[in-house]
Design a protein around this ligand. Structure first.
Ligand SMILES: C[S@@+](CC[C@H](N)C(=O)[O-])C[C@H]1O[C@@H](n2cnc3c(N)ncnc32)[C@H](O)[C@@H]1O
Length: 240
């Protein structure tokens, strides 16, 4: 890579409370001239942007990037390429860019696709990531529970396309975290009811945000209209 290329930083900004950003993440967000972040749904402000607002200034260039919430690989790739092009227009001039990522940057994050797309065309591009608070840890903290203890096995399912997958996971895991639970909540509830496990399950919606909600005693909640930012923890026993 030629001289004078900027560095791309992937900065984890945590799950909602701006104070959950690391000191290093905050410093980088304040020092770079350009801040990129995913555009929210329907062109609204995204969560990462809301979280970093107290830490950045009006003088810094804001670069909202569009990443569609769908599965179509072709559409996704096009969006990653467009985002990479926008980011590269600054990096190529030697200007550093920080991408603010909700939760942790290495945990099911769009940043990885952006970084991989750029790396393909510019293999020597300097990229650095800053780790942060991720939703399973945030949810455990909100619930006042340890996420795992002793020899417990932890399973994290990024999305559940088939509720029968839970049976297989339940055969070896002691603690199961379901991301993106909002779209399958009712089916999961029915499964847990059949297995008599509703008392072991908890849902946290919008952890560390002003709209944060906790759902325990799930027997009383066969359906819930949950936001995308909701997570379920199924904890099969804390005494091992
Ligand atoms: C694509 S994943 C991104 C995970 C993120 N990078 C992290 O470290 O937590 C999105 C899922 O994470 C979970 N999630 C993220 N932030 C959350 C929050 N503040 N409260 C509850 N769940 C959250 C939800 O299950 C959501 O559907």
């Amino acid at each position: 890579m030629g001289k004078g290329v900027g560095t791309l930083y992937g900065v984890s900004v945590g799950t909602g409370d701006p104070e959950l950003i690391t000191v290093k993440g905050q410093r980088l967000l304040q020092q770079v001239p350009v801040i990129a972040f995913p555009l929210g749904v329907n062109g609204k402000e995204g969560l990462a942007q809301t979280i970093i607002t107290p830490w950045i200034t009006a003088q810094q260039k804001k670069l909202p990037l569009y990443f569609p919430y769908l599965q179509d690989k072709k559409v996704l790739q096009k969006a990653w390429q467009q985002a990479a092009k926008m980011v590269w227009s600054y990096l190529s001039q030697g200007i550093d860019v920080a991408f603010a990522c909700e939760g942790d940057v290495s945990f099911y994050s769009t940043f990885t696709y952006l970084a991989q797309t750029l790396k393909k065309d510019y293999p020597q591009l300097p990229i650095q990531t800053v780790p942060g608070v991720s939703s399973p840890m945030a949810a455990a903290s909100v619930l006042g529970l340890p996420l795992t203890l002793g020899s417990q096995n932890l399973a994290i399912l990024p999305a559940l396309y088939n509720v029968a997958e839970l049976d297989e996971v339940l055969s070896w895991a002691d603690v199961i975290v379901l991301l993106k639970v909002s779209s399958v909540y009712t089916q999961v509830w029915q499964k847990l009811d059949t297995l008599n496990l509703l008392d072991c399950a908890f849902v946290v919606e919008r952890a560390n945000q002003s709209e944060e909600k906790i759902y325990q005693n799930l027997r009383d909640h066969p359906t819930i209209n949950l936001s995308y930012f909701s997570i379920m923890i199924i904890s099969l026993g804390q005494n091992q």
